[in-house]
Unconditional design. Structure first.
Length: 145
């Protein structure tokens, strides 16, 4: 491998991972999250919490989009419109996408900004079963690891 091809391969791989996160959809999610945050704010806008909320939301949405594409890669490979996506075209392996998506989807549990918007424990049905574990249970049957 020459030095000139490594940056191209890295760039291509990063582009494929970015595609897995569905950035266009996430932009819309962030716009609605921002609007909802603003409308629900009392008093002056807390930009630190807003940014934390947006970053956490982006990570969760990116992870779930990736996991969803992993679960649907077989059907996506059969449709002309989606056959060129990174998973059906095998630019990214299913296991790599699963790990990538799980890391992003579970980041909410350690990201400090999200804690402001978690439901109280007494009404949180999934308090002992984080989102990534639910995604693991759902996806492990759909993704041949």
């Amino acid at each position: 491998m020459t030095n000139s091809t490594f940056p191209q391969m890295l760039s291509s791989k990063l582009r494929d991972y970015c595609t897995l996160t569905k950035p266009e959809v996430n932009l819309l999610i962030l716009m609605t999250t921002s609007a909802g945050y603003y409308l629900a704010s009392h008093g002056p806008l807390n930009t630190g919490r807003l940014i934390s909320t947006l970053v956490g939301t982006l990570l969760v949405a990116s992870g779930t989009a990736t996991l969803n594409q992993g679960m649907e890669r077989i059907w996506d490979g059969k449709m002309r419109r989606t056959a060129s996506r990174p998973l059906p075209s095998e630019k990214v392996r299913a296991r790599e996408a699963f790990v990538f998506g799980t890391l992003f989807a579970d980041f909410w549990s350690v990201f400090p900004g999200i804690r402001y918007f978690r439901p109280p424990k007494q009404v949180c049905i999934t308090r002992d079963f984080p989102a990534s574990r639910q995604a693991w249970v759902a996806a492990k049957h759909a993704i041949a690891l």
